[in-house]
Design a protein. Structure first.
Length: 354
């Protein structure tokens, strides 16, 4: 069946992607990113994205809405995305990298129990034209990866964890509690796991991530399919696995990791979060979601900076390397490319370690 899927559904959409699996000498100055684009809807925001002519575009997950156990259906939905004119232009002029979230992994809020993850991996990586020998195709515990761009003091590392392949069971509240307590407060049905050792990443991926964090780079861009900094929304997020979240914070501090910036998707709203608790410098996260999807009932977030948006959006991380202390700009932009919100800071402000 795998060969049939490739022949019937994927051949027409895998040509001419820009795939980046080795260090790139050219340091990006503009990295765009987004998530949550439905393959059966028009995606006019691609027009604004393509006008930017970025150095890189990162797809953060829910790049299609597969939601199926039928691999022919999943492959066909990728084909529908690949056929969109705006996407064709983007892939022709801009290098692309991608991680999945639940809907392109296979099912809403799915984790390690999803029975078709091997087939889904093959379809996903074929669509993004991952090299045949890539370790992402053969790892026993997921498609996590990282990319290194630039050289020396102008190096950017993009770290992309896989939050699906190994993810343990979510902790649900009762249906009654959700309806009587959570829903009225715009919160979802999940609570932090109380199971010792419960994880989204799994131990092998944690060991990999620790080594990636130790690699020298001026900016460490963690591209997470789920929100990382918000304490609690009731929906899927790092907060539902507090051991994972605390472990990441501890690793940053223990290994004196400078320059961490976080981008995320999934929520169907956009916002900026800032977190400083028990850290040596503030962590800043921009959530960009979605390219087509909207969610009106935005959840509380005590780490939110300013307002949120539930209009369609994409993110823009730009770095002015010409300055002695490089200036970093995070902007969330709307359907016409206009700035909705932004956060600007210097590289030195997130690099306290000598």
């Amino acid at each position: 069946m795998k060969h049939l899927i490739k022949a019937a559904a994927l051949v027409s959409i895998v040509a001419s992607f820009s795939v980046l699996s080795t260090p790139q000498k050219l340091t990006p100055q503009k990295i765009l990113f987004g998530s949550c684009g439905h393959q059966d809807k028009d995606i006019p925001i691609f027009d604004a994205i393509n006008k930017e002519q970025a150095d890189l575009f990162i797809f953060l997950g829910d790049n299609i809405y597969g939601d199926t156990n039928d691999m022919r259906v999943l492959a066909d939905k990728y084909q529908r995305l690949g056929a969109k004119p705006g996407f064709k232009t983007l892939k022709a002029q801009t290098p692309l990298i991608a991680m999945w979230d639940d809907h392109d992994f296979g099912q809403n809020d799915a984790g390690k129990e999803y029975p078709h993850k091997e087939q889904s991996r093959e379809i996903m990586l074929d669509f993004w034209q991952e090299p045949t020998g890539s370790v992402r195709r053969t790892r026993a515990d997921g498609i996590y990866t990282s990319y290194m761009y630039g050289e020396g003091e102008h190096t950017i590392q993009v770290i992309m964890p896989d939050l699906r392949w190994n993810r343990d069971a979510l902790n649900h509240v009762s249906e009654t509690q959700y309806k009587t307590e959570r829903k009225a407060n715009n919160q979802g049905p999940y609570s932090p796991s109380k199971v010792k050792g419960a994880s989204m990443l799994g131990e092998a991926q944690w060991q990999w991530l620790a080594q990636e964090l130790k690699k020298p780079a001026a900016i460490k861009l963690i591209a997470s399919s789920l929100q990382l900094l918000p304490d609690f929304t009731g929906w899927e997020s790092w907060a539902n696995f507090p051991e994972d979240r605390n472990r990441l914070f501890a690793l940053i501090k223990k290994h004196k990791v400078n320059g961490v910036v976080i981008i995320s998707g999934d929520t169907h709203w956009g916002e900026i979060s800032r977190y400083e608790q028990n850290l040596d410098y503030p962590l800043i996260e921009m959530t960009s979601s979605g390219l087509t999807e909207k969610w009106k009932n935005v959840s509380p977030n005590k780490h939110r900076v300013g307002k949120f948006t539930h209009d369609v959006n994409y993110g823009d991380l730009s770095i002015d390397w010409q300055q002695t202390d490089p200036a970093i700009s995070l902007q969330l932009k709307g359907i016409d490319g206009d700035v909705i919100m932004q956060s600007q800071f210097s590289l030195s402000s997130i690099s306290p370690y000598k």
